[in-house]
Ligand binder design. Sequence first.
Ligand code: HEC
Length: 102
Amino acid sequence: MALALPLMGAGALAQQVPTTAATPPPGPGLDLINERCGFCHTIGQVFQKRRTEADWAATVQGMADRGAEVSPEEIKTITAYLAQNYALSPATPGAAPAPAGK
Ligand code: HEC
């Protein structure tokens, strides 16, 4: 009896809160990230971050400097993908952007 309430509460919460994207949205950059960005750390680490496009560009370039095998062309594709799907919204400090319409 007493178990039902907490369980229902957790379920409702899990549906409302867009947590760290367990399933990254498909896109031209995703295949590249899957192929090139999982050597030194999990790609899950990449998708936990929220950044501006400029910061993503610096991050991806920094990974290339560390040894990630990405061409300048691929850096652009990956940066564009991350900037589009894992953007930092300046309007909500410290929070991931919430796609309200979905
Ligand atoms: C040659 C090894 C290597 C590869 C390949 C690599 N990384 Fe990293 N990455 C690291 C290391 C080492 C760290 C931890 C040190 C740090 O935080 O700067 C890290 C940390 C990170 C972080 C968390 C720290 C931060 O700056 O936010 C992100 C995000 C990240 N990598 C993204 C990527 C992306 C995107 C790719 C693919 C383009 C990639 N990494 C490929 C070595 C690599």
